[in-house]
Design a protein around this ligand. Sequence first.
Ligand SMILES: Nc1ncnc2c1ncn2[C@@H]1O[C@H](COP(=O)(O)OP(=O)(O)OP(=O)(O)O)[C@@H](O)[C@H]1O
Length: 347
Amino acid sequence: MTDLRIEGLTMGYGPDTTVLHGIDLTVPSGSLAAVLGPSGCGKTSLIRVIAGFLRARAGTVTVGGRTLTGPGTHVPPERRRIGIVPQEGALFPHLSVAANVAFGVTDRATRRQRTEEMLDLVGLAGYGDRMPHELSGGQQQRVALARALAPEPALVLLDEPFNALDSALRAGVRADVRAALHAIGATALLVTHDQQEALSTADIVAVVRDGRIAQCGTPQDVYDHPADPWIAGFVGDAVLLPATVVNGTATTALGTVEIRTPTGATAETPRQGTVLLRPEQLRLSDPGESTPSGSVTDVRYFGHDAMVTVAVDGLDTPVNIRITDHVAPRPGDRIGVRATGQATLHA
Ligand SMILES: Nc1ncnc2c1ncn2[C@@H]1O[C@H](COP(=O)(O)OP(=O)(O)OP(=O)(O)O)[C@@H](O)[C@H]1O
């Protein structure tokens, strides 16, 4: 078992600044967790403390029950048994692919076999004799993963490893990396500012805001039950609607929707609040007397779907609707809009 446990982790770059404010995070053995947050929230600082390059001011980091950082304890980076996959260009340029992968394997007897196994794992069997500059960017990142995994680390840290790849390549490399990590049961932490990457790659997503964990859960939890409107907007497109709530039902300008969690509101004590929906939960229809309607102000086409913006009568802010139909309405069209499914309620 090599679960990662972080408790009360606090650090700053000087006595007057605090960058990480009491981070608590548990990654079960064999799981891939994403640390997702905007630029400057402290993701790199967190990964550097876990790796042992920076010291914590307070708190603990343990991997498989072994304390790496804690009061009076600071295991040096090279003795942490942590493999790191950095952003880009991190392969030794003068060493072959095989020599790069073998670099951290100290046992000479198994080095060759382990190198071959790792190259096989990342889909690059037979590439050992190439030099790094003879590989594509995606292949180089897969070699970087093979190199990080070769010494059998207790934990793998991936620091925005797909940033330098173009978007067509990125999804494939992500899927390969995820499959390789799962195939060997590695416990891993992926740092990213890309919500799609976090949701599609990780088993657990920890959203970080200003050096604090704002929410931690499965990708679906975080997307469907965001803890506040900021998280809702950060992990996806959000539609926020004023609502009157009675029991488990919210009445909005786009119709009624069920609220997922207990609301505490009754017919005698209704509650005013804001409900959160996702653009794919809104449906377009022909405008009718009895359906909420509005005017289309914009249509953005993405190939697999399109986003339609509608200024709904009686709503101050236009709403976005994601459609997968081939026929999209046009700006200026009058159209009906209706909310479906369940919503999250925010005060
Ligand atoms: N060496 C340093 N000395 C002083 N302050 C620093 C140092 N490195 C980072 N910081 C500050 O710490 C905060 C967190 O930075 P960090 O690099 O951890 O964020 P991040 O989420 O990784 O951002 P990005 O996605 O842009 O890399 C920022 O306010 C940054 O200015």
